[in-house]
Design a protein around this ligand. Structure first.
Ligand SMILES: [Zn+2]
Ligand SMILES: [Zn+2]
Length: 305
């Protein structure tokens, strides 16, 4: 029974209207027509910005799994925010709360407690608009990040105008709006579907899953059960066969000296995972007691400087 942990609903309709309008804007393509350049632009902006969501919002600002310069940190925040998922400080503060309460009372987006649609996007309009700076003091000390957090619509507006000037109406509707909607729902699947569908390698206290398909569309975030087991590592695909494109890009950036100190997965976690995979292969009853509390294991990698 999860009824006791269901989040009370108090939706903000004014918050929902822009969200709906961005979806409707994609339909403008029926009027403007579609060009090859607009499609190429949309696909490129999907992947570049999905990288910024997972490598920036998530693996950098929420969990500090690697280090970078103040300039590249700003670029990551700007690029991630161009997906119109609010400020990097807002995003990371809410995400840290998700790990703290994962699938328990207080989790902002738990499909177990609140159902698919609420965890997918309903929670965004339910009194979650403010940034709790006490959850993110390590990054809130940078005035440029607080500025971006306050004027969070600046990056998507600048990008939208730039795409429009370069590629006209089809560019705006497909290159910008369609790819923005796609990055939204791609990101949201990690809060909704990846706590429902997939394999549970680790007996984490939540219902997180590893899902190979979601790992493709989110560039590595689909290994979400791994991530809830150990959130402080840069890579979420723990083994070579668990593709993690965000990690590959971060690795390449580390060769260029743009990012550094990528945190590895601890050996004991890798061995624990192999042992659990083996027990499942051999048909040994898969113990999933949820007894141990892993929720805060390695939530944030490095202490604030
Ligand atoms: Zn989760
Ligand atoms: Zn996380």
């Amino acid at each position: 029974m999860h009824t006791s942990t269901r989040t009370p609903r108090n939706y903000s309709l004014t918050g929902m209207i822009p969200f709906i309008l961005v979806h409707v804007a994609v339909l403008g393509a029926f009027w403007s027509g579609v060009t090859t350049a607009a499609i190429v632009c949309g696909v490129a902006l999907y992947f570049v910005r999905m990288f910024a969501v997972t490598g920036g919002y998530h693996r950098y600002f929420s969990h500090r799994t690697y280090k970078t310069s103040r300039v590249f940190q700003f670029i990551l925040a700007f690029l991630a925010q161009s997906t119109a998922q609010k400020g990097a400080l807002w995003w990371a503060a809410h995400h840290r709360a998700h790990h703290r309460f994962s699938d328990k009372a207080g989790d902002l987006h738990s499909p177990v407690n609140d159902g698919f649609w609420y965890s997918h996007f309903g929670w965004l309009f339910n009194g979650t608009g403010e940034t709790d700076y006490t959850m993110i003091p390590d990054f809130a000390r940078f005035p440029e990040l607080r500025f971006l957090n306050k004027y969070y619509l600046l990056p998507p507006t600048i990008l939208g105008v730039a795409v429009f000037l370069a590629l006209g109406w089809p560019g705006l509707f497909i290159g910008f709006f369609a790819s923005t909607v796609a990055t939204w729902h791609g990101t949201f699947t990690i809060n909704s579907l990846s706590h429902v569908f997939g394999k549970r390698r680790f007996a984490t206290t939540d219902d997180s899953r590893n899902n190979w398909f979601l790992a493709i569309i989110t560039m590595g975030e689909g290994w979400h059960n791994n991530h809830h087991r150990f959130a402080a590592s840069t890579r979420q695909g723990f083994y070579w066969y668990e593709y993690d494109f965000t990690f590959y890009i971060l690795k390449a950036l580390s060769w260029l000296g743009i990012v550094w100190d990528l945190r590895p997965v601890p050996r004991k976690i890798l061995e624990e995972g192999r042992a659990r995979d083996r027990s499942r292969r051999l048909g040994v009853p898969y113990e999933d007691t949820k007894a141990k509390d892993f929720a805060t294991d390695g939530l944030v990698a490095t202490p604030a400087e």
